[in-house]
Design a protein around this ligand. Structure first.
Ligand code: FES
Ligand code: FES
Length: 162
């Protein structure tokens, strides 16, 4: 048995501890928001958070997450209302949408570490998240909008713990 905390819930799973987290969330738990792209750490479609860091779940084994907290796109916010999700909705960033769970999870970590990123910061931080549809200009714009939303929300004491 492997014990994993995913989106705030503890799971006792009868799986190999070497199973990649991507398989755990999609195939075992049915959380299909996280996508399989390349399977070899090259595209970022499978990105989830592990104790707040962005990791590629296609190559991250379940055993690495024992005692830690996994968050998938489904657990990022209660009502799809994380500042990054709001910004993505504001300007309709996705085209086919396949890469965007990963893009959003990467952008959340970027804004946590750098609340006012420049274009260069964004391009550097997001370089590992590929988009076949070429939505990069909208991703960059949405991250700037999300940064503004995040700053406004942080001025509201109710949101400061986020
Ligand atoms: S599916 Fe994991 S990086 Fe592409
Ligand atoms: S929106 Fe289609 S791959 Fe990014």
């Amino acid at each position: 048995m492997v014990s994993l905390n995913i989106n705030g819930k503890n799971h006792e799973l009868d799986i190999s501890e070497d199973m990649p987290i991507l398989w755990v969330v999609r195939d075992i738990l049915g959380l299909t928001g996280t996508k399989f792209g390349c399977g070899v750490a090259q595209c970022g479609a499978c990105m989830v958070h592990l104790d707040g860091d962005a990791v590629r779940s296609c190559i991250t084994k379940a055993k690495r997450a024992v005692g830690k907290k996994i968050v998938t796109i489904e657990g990022l916010s209660q009502n799809n209302n994380h500042p990054v999700q709001k910004a993505w909705q504001d300007i309709d960033v996705p085209q086919c949408g396949y890469c965007h769970s990963g893009q959003i999870m990467a952008a959340v970590v970027l804004l946590k570490e750098n609340p006012s990123p420049t274009d260069e910061d964004i391009d550097l931080a997001m370089a590992g998240n590929l988009c076949r549809c070429g939505t990069y200009p909208r991703i960059r714009k949405a991250i700037k909008i999300a940064a503004d939303i995040q700053k406004k929300e942080m001025l509201n004491p109710v949101n400061r713990k986020r």
